[in-house]
Design a protein around this ligand. Structure first.
Ligand SMILES: [Zn+2]
Length: 93
């Protein structure tokens, strides 16, 4: 009887180890895209805004900005901001 219990316990341990292994394999096979999506979501958590002049994505924290018509625009460089302001003035005139 004791032998049977030990055998059952051993089988249970083997089954558990097997399932853990299978979980690992499944995660390794399908998890690469999932973790990639996670990391891309993380990087987009820092919201990037598009420079309306050249189309470059800039982080608002360290970008030049100009508020026009109540909307704050961000630019990669002084050149783009100047161009944007000039363009706006030309458009409104
Ligand atoms: Zn730019």
């Amino acid at each position: 009887m004791l032998r049977f219990i030990l055998l059952a316990l051993l089988l249970l341990l083997i089954a558990r180890a097997f399932w853990r292994l299978m979980d690992g394999v499944i995660e390794a096979a399908g998890g690469t895209t999932r973790s990639r999506a996670k990391s891309s979501a993380k990087s987009s958590a820092v919201k990037l805004v598009r420079d309306p002049i050249c189309g470059t994505y800039v982080a608002p924290g360290n970008a030049l900005s100009s508020s026009a018509g109540g909307t704050l625009h961000h630019f990669c460089s002084e050149k783009c901001r100047t161009e944007f302001v000039r363009g706006r003035k030309a458009g409104s005139a």
